[in-house]
Ligand binder design. Structure first.
Ligand code: ATP
Length: 450
């Protein structure tokens, strides 16, 4: 992990937020390469889930919503983690994690009372900082960030930063069905920031308090939900593997029935085997039933039923929700692609990222700063820069330039040399096979596709 964090900083993928002030825990900034890579992940999700489908539309809802939304969804009452405070160090921990780390037992879903009892009785459970065993009773802690609208900080002006993007979709269900021509089964997709006041954020960008989500609510006729759930499990699995994630590092995790969230009939996670923390969720794919629409119908007084003109039936649709986080997914892509290799007796660090995910699609290298090499290289760069993220580099030896691009994950390096003026050809070097191919300048655009 330390290696990845240092690498991300050195190459401008991810920086600690507010670093010149000593940083702020759990906040990260995406640097020049990181922002490109995260955008590519979001873009690939959007392309595959929205643009390539006729049955999914997009949405971009506000972060600050009516506070009643969170009452209806259950977040105000139940979006809690169990918090325990050590009386010796004053540190606060997630009680389930404290128990699990010390005993290996699965504490998720236990009540505060049960956890308090276990912590008091099991002397393997100690404060990780000072080894103390004096803990205050476990209590639920609501993860929503509160703030106020307007100048008066009074209870009636309390609003929340959304802890998930999904509710913005549910509350727009009526708008979308009335203003577009969607018909069940159909989905509404959204990407954007979510906020959770996590008690123990950590593992770099794996768990932060401010993060992004990519969620899609796919509305289906009740009774067809189980089939659609299977369908989306397969679709989402294929998304990862088609973008180059090693399938051996991926698995489905079926949530046990007794631990399902209050809204779910079935939830299956796609997990990645991170070297520093083992199998961990990248995405949850839940059958949320008609819970959310029914709750919003009840709390708002609006009728959120759907009238199916084909069958003349009126019903509240069930919902299948793939909910993913691009920050976590980016960490998985980075870890999966990172290699230190020996090549021809020399060592290199390389990110074997899929070309659609790599921050830079290709680098253009003039072999020399002299004419006509330089002008031809510039022309090629200018011609392609509107379609691909490119990097122009004319300094240092070619070997050094290649190594820098290997580290950045750039799949192709295109070199213009003195012969180019004669034969109108350039050399394309492949990051992974290291093969160098001579191709006509006019064929470069096509070679970069894919
Ligand atoms: P976890 O159990 O790890 O806290 P969760 O089950 O609460 O996650 P969901 O509510 O299902 O997560 O959110 C969907 C996705 O959003 C997660 O799979 C993850 O990719 C992302 N996500 C959730 N919380 C965070 C966070 N604090 N930091 C970064 N990404 C997050």
């Amino acid at each position: 992990m330390d290696k990845i964090v240092a690498f991300c900083k050195r190459r401008g993928f991810v920086y600690q937020s507010s670093e010149i002030y000593g940083g702020i825990r759990s906040s990260y900034d995406y640097g020049p390469l990181g922002v490109e890579m995260k955008r590519n992940i979001k873009e690939e999700w959007w392309r595959r889930l929205v643009h390539m489908r006729e049955d999914v539309v997009g949405l971009d809802a506000a972060i600050i919503m009516h506070p009643r939304v969170w009452e209806a969804s259950g977040h105000t009452a139940t979006f809690n983690d169990m918090l325990v405070e050590s009386r010796t160090s004053g540190r606060r921990y997630r009680a389930d994690h404290l128990i699990e780390d010390a005993t290996g037992a699965d504490a998720e879903g236990m009540s505060a009372e049960e956890m308090t009892k276990i912590i008091a009785e099991d002397d393997r459970i100690k404060d990780p900082v000072d080894g103390g065993r004096d803990f205050a009773p476990v209590r639920p802690f609501n993860l929503m960030f509160e703030t106020y609208t307007g100048p008066v900080k009074s209870p009636e002006n309390v609003v929340y930063l959304r802890p998930e993007t999904a509710q913005g979709i549910f509350v727009n269900f009526k708008n979308v069905t009335q203003t577009t021509r969607v018909k069940v089964p159909f989905g509404i997709a959204q990407q954007g920031k979510s906020f959770r006041n996590e008690i123990t954020p950590g593992n770099f960008i794996f768990r932060t308090r401010e993060f992004e989500q990519m969620e899609m609510e796919f509305f289906v006729e009740p009774g067809t939900d189980e089939e659609w759930h299977e369908y989306w499990l397969e679709q989402r699995w294929n998304w990862y593997t088609s973008l180059g994630i090693n399938p051996e590092n991926l698995r489905f995790y079926e949530h046990p029935r007794e631990k399902l969230s209050h809204y779910a009939k079935r939830t299956v996670d796609i997990e990645y085997n991170f070297p520093f923390r083992g199998w961990s969720e990248l995405e949850g794919i839940a059958n949320r039933t008609d819970f959310d629409l029914k709750q919003h119908a009840q709390f708002s007084g609006e009728n959120l039923e759907y009238f199916d003109q084909g069958t003349n039936k009126r019903y509240v649709p069930y919902v299948i929700e793939p909910a993913a986080g691009p920050d976590r997914i980016m960490l998985a892509f980075l870890v999966d692609a990172y290699r230190e290799e020996e090549v021809n007796g020399e060592s290199r660090t390389v990110l074997k990222l899929h070309p659609r995910i790599a921050p830079t699609k290709a680098a253009v290298f003039p072999l020399s700063k002299k004419e006509p090499v330089s002008t031809i290289a510039r022309q090629l760069y200018d011609e392609l820069k509107g379609d691909y993220r490119l990097f122009y580099d004319d300094s240092g030896s070619i070997g050094r330039r290649y190594r820098r691009q290997d580290e950045a994950g750039t799949p192709f390096c295109v070199t213009v040399d003195f012969e180019t003026a004669e034969d109108k050809q350039v050399t394309i070097r492949d990051r992974d096979t290291l093969e160098q191919e001579r191709v006509p300048i006019t064929a470069v655009r096509e070679r970069l596709q894919g």
